[in-house]
Write a protein that binds this ligand. Structure first.
Ligand SMILES: Nc1ncnc2c1ncn2[C@@H]1O[C@H](COP(=O)(O)OP(=O)(O)OP(=O)(O)O)[C@@H](O)[C@H]1O
Length: 814
């Protein structure tokens, strides 16, 4: 297959027309990309076309190759937009011999940076494009005039649909930089300012985009921070915490692929809408093996969508629920109120309180989960009953009327026979089962919630008001009814599963044996694939990208499911790395689940305690983390606000000063020129409020939504006002029909949304209309935090509609 010839990179010296100068190189890169796509598509077609012999091995070989080529094709398609976005010109003297010769591009004077690596197959595999995550690309994000890292010039390429639109150069020379700054061209501390500001000024589409072309130095440091241990990333609203967390996932998967691809990476976000907002980012970076979940989805088989009052959720999320659930389980290990009398094999048997208590104590002493310990309970109870039976018969044996057969039995000392007879007696087993029932997590929890006596037994020391927060009148229609269970319940189901356990030892052993067999088999498959004669030597072979254990991982499922897919179905799955966004919102019980999912404690937690909305959310990282890692965690901070223009940030800063006077607000990177506005309506006049919000929203739509439909407006309001506002805006034709997706999130593609603050967490909009700030503050004990979050969602304009007087905390708007 022929490749487009590689034009030389244009000269470093000033180009009269750098856009035109770069176009041939960029076009060549796209040409190479096309060739790779075509080659991969042909390989895929060939694999799919090939008749197999029909043996399991042949089918498996074909599936392995097909899955691999499909994944490669998906990656090659994902990098189309903005394939190449940067170029570094290296000082010749910086090309010293101490760089790792394995590193692509280490000895090149000119390096192009892009979304993936491309090699020149005609010229000894010289790199034509360097993956942004490769070490050689790093100075693109970090070099400064003061510390140029061997870089002479950094060039930012802005492209659209394969055309170079603009080129921004930074000369990393102190004198040049000073001259540029004095001309007002370069602000200290920002990398590629013009490109950055162009990216930030673009209208929002409702979906988060990647920032790979404009990652800033403080962000890069976090993205490339080591994989081990717990990293907490703090930063105010709009500092790029989410963006950084997602790019870190992509970076870690690139750099530690062997370690992480197998166990997968989990990203936890605050709500389904947020996950939809971010779900494009990692695929656009070529990464598909990351599992995105909300807390309500952590329990396999359940996407908890039920709603409950914040105080209920907070009560369920508190740390002491682990004790409550343990007590609830113990409460199910009951003692008979009066003896149970049965006839076993024609003989009377009595199960009394004392006997059950003894068996229960022994079973509890095993410290095994409830369902596992049941075997001990039943064995002990039967043993005690059998001994009693033996003693009874022995006592009778001295009696002249005892039949000979019984005496013979005892002569043989065959206690085992008595036990066996008892074990086979269905009535006896059923009676014992009643004292130590096998339980599933939904059963345990639903039984607890719907029975006040059980709640009382499990919540020693609680007030009645607190107990009411657990109580529910009716149970779920089916065990995992998603509307009945709430996200806080999903967490408790996981805890319950830990306490109950499953007796799966045999299954695990079987799985382990199967896995060993699969791995041996996969090694055979790879050997055969490697021997395939007509592989083009220049092409990537399957053996270059998969090893036997990865292949076995896939084939053992039969469905070629990725680690992420399998992890979603397995409660006991442990991840290679866990990223938690809006981590301040998680309850102590949710932290327990996540820590169980990540025993290696390789985690990235991003959040901002000033934005905590959940009543049981974090107020300090120390209190969240110390039970799990003591003081062994590291902290990084982001300080620049990329989202909110300075005018709006000034209003938010006043609110932050009330929440926590000790916190420094992040510095806005730009001004919008649009001052935030406030308009008052009479207090207690709902109609006037609704009317004014509709008028303001229409004006905001006219201002920020363009003819192509780019631009988003959010009306943020207290929960109690959302329905009325949505109804009015819908009647006015400003709001589309409710179009929640299958995950339960709201539609992100529509121009206008009406939402509570908690549902808008982590999102951003060109314009925000904030209705009833006072109502928002009054709505929850963390109302000021909610107000702070609401004020910091806008990228361009903010309008506040306030019934009655403007709250004092917003006096800067007056
Ligand atoms: N280096 C960057 N280049 C371009 N855009 C950026 C950069 N960093 C952040 N942004 C943009 O700034 C906006 C805010 O980023 P992000 O949502 O990650 O912030 P956050 O800190 O998570 O905010 P919050 O705490 O409010 O959820 C996004 O539109 C993001 O794409």
């Amino acid at each position: 297959m022929s490749h487009p010839a590689s034009p030389a990179a244009p000269e470093v010296e000033p180009d009269p027309d750098p856009v035109a100068a770069e176009q041939p190189y960029v076009s060549m890169l796209y040409g190479r990309l096309d060739v790779r796509r075509q080659e991969t598509a042909e390989l895929l077609a060939r694999v799919l076309r090939d008749e197999t012999t029909g043996t399991p091995q042949a089918v498996s070989e074909r599936d392995a190759a097909a899955a691999m080529y499909s994944e490669q094709l998906a990656t090659l398609s994902a990098v189309e937009e903005g394939l190449c976005f940067g170029r570094l010109d290296v000082e010749p003297e910086a090309l010293t011999g101490d760089a790792d010769p394995e590193t692509p591009g280490f000895d090149q004077e000119t390096v192009y940076i892009g979304r993936l690596g491309l090699l020149d197959e005609d010229h000894d595999y010289e790199p034509l494009l360097i993956d942004w995550r490769a070490p050689v690309a790093r100075p693109y994000y970090t070099a400064t005039a003061a510390n140029p890292d061997g870089i002479r010039r950094r060039r930012h390429l802005r492209t659209r649909s394969r055309r170079v639109l603009a080129v921004d150069d930074e000369i990393l020379d102190l004198r040049e930089a000073a001259a540029a700054a004095s001309r007002g061209h370069q602000r200290q501390g920002l990398t590629g300012e013009a490109t950055l500001l162009a990216a930030l000024g673009a209208g929002r589409t409702g979906r988060m985009g990647d920032i790979v072309a404009t990652i800033q130095s403080e962000q890069d440091r976090i993205i490339r921070s080591g994989v081990n241990g717990v990293l907490v990333v703090e930063g105010g609203p709009g500092t790029g915490k989410t963006a950084v967390a997602l790019h870190r996932a992509a970076y870690l998967l690139y750099t530690h692929r062997r370690q992480l691809a197998k166990r997968g990476v989990l990203v936890v976000g605050p709500n389904p809408t947020f996950l939809r907002y971010i779900e494009q980012v990692l695929p656009s970076l070529g990464e598909t093996s990351v599992l995105l979940q909300t807390v309500g989805e952590l329990y396999p088989g359940l996407a908890a969508r039920g709603h409950e009052a914040p105080e209920r959720a907070a009560r369920k999320g508190a740390e002491d629920l682990s004790k409550v659930l343990a007590a609830a389980v113990r409460d199910r290990q009951e003692l008979p109120r009066r003896p149970v009398r049965l006839v076993v094999d024609g003989e009377p048997v009595e199960i009394d309180r004392d006997l059950v208590a003894q068996a229960r104590t022994r079973a509890r002493r095993t410290r095994r989960p409830h369902n596992d310990a049941k075997r001990t309970f039943v064995r002990e109870a039967i043993d005690l009953l059998a001994r009693r039976e033996r003693d009874r018969i022995s006592a009778q044996g001295s009696h002249p009327e005892v039949p000979d057969s019984d005496l013979r039995l005892l002569d043989r000392g065959d206690l085992a026979d008595i036990r066996q007879t008892m074990r086979e007696d269905a009535d006896l087993i059923a009676a014992l089962d009643g004292f130590w029932p096998t339980l599933t997590p939904p059963q345990l929890l639903a039984d607890l919630y719907t029975d006040r006596k059980r709640i009382t037994a499990a919540t020693r020391g609680w007030s009645d008001a607190d107990r009411d927060l657990l109580h529910r009148d009716t149970g779920p229609r089916h065990p995992l009814d998603p509307q009945w269970w709430t996200p806080a319940d999903a967490v408790l189901l996981d805890e319950a599963a830990e306490l109950l356990g499953e007796d799966d030892t045999a299954e695990r052993e079987r799985a382990e044996r199967k896995r060993e067999a699969d791995e041996a088999y996969a090694a055979g498959v790879l050997e055969i694939l490697a021997m395939e004669e007509d592989w083009d030597p220049e092409l990537l072979r399957p053996t270059d990208v998969v090893d036997a254990s990865v292949l076995a991982d896939r084939s053992s499922e039969g469905s070629w499911a990725s680690a992420a897919e399998r992890a979603a179905e397995d409660r006991t799955w442990t991840f290679g790395h866990v990223i938690v966004d809006e981590a301040q919102e998680l309850s102590p019980m949710a932290w327990r689940v996540l820590m169980r999912r990540c025993p290696s404690r390789s985690m990235t937690l991003v959040g901002d305690v000033a934005q905590t909305g959940a009543r049981d959310g974090a107020s300090s990282w120390h209190s969240v983390l110390s039970p799990y890692v003591a003081a062994r965690w590291r902290r990084e901070a982001l300080t620049v606000n990329y989202r909110t223009p300075a005018e709006i940030a000034a209003v938010a800063a006043e609110v932050l000063a009330v929440i926590d006077p000790g916190q420094t607000p992040p510095e806005s990177v730009r001004e919008s020129g649009v001052p935030p506005r406030a308009v008052g309506v009479p207090a207690d006049d709902v109609e006037a409020l609704v009317h004014q919000v509709a008028t303001t929203t229409r004006a905001a739509v006219d201002e920020v939504v363009d003819a192509e439909g780019n631009g988003r407006v959010a009306v943020l309001a207290p929960g109690t006002r959302v329905a009325a506002l949505a109804e009015r805006l819908r009647a006015d034709g400003l709001l589309g029909e409710d179009a929640a997706d299958e995950r339960g999130g709201s539609d992100l593609e529509v121009a206008v949304v009406v939402s509570t603050v908690s549902d808008a967490k982590g999102l951003e909009f060109d314009a925000v209309v904030l209705a009833d700030p006072e109502g928002l503050v009054a709505e929850s004990p963390r109302g000021l935090n909610d107000l702070y979050v609401a004020l910091t969602r806008a990228t361009r304009s903010l309008d506040v509609v306030h019934p009655g007087a403007l709250p004092a905390v917003l006096s800067t708007l007056a």
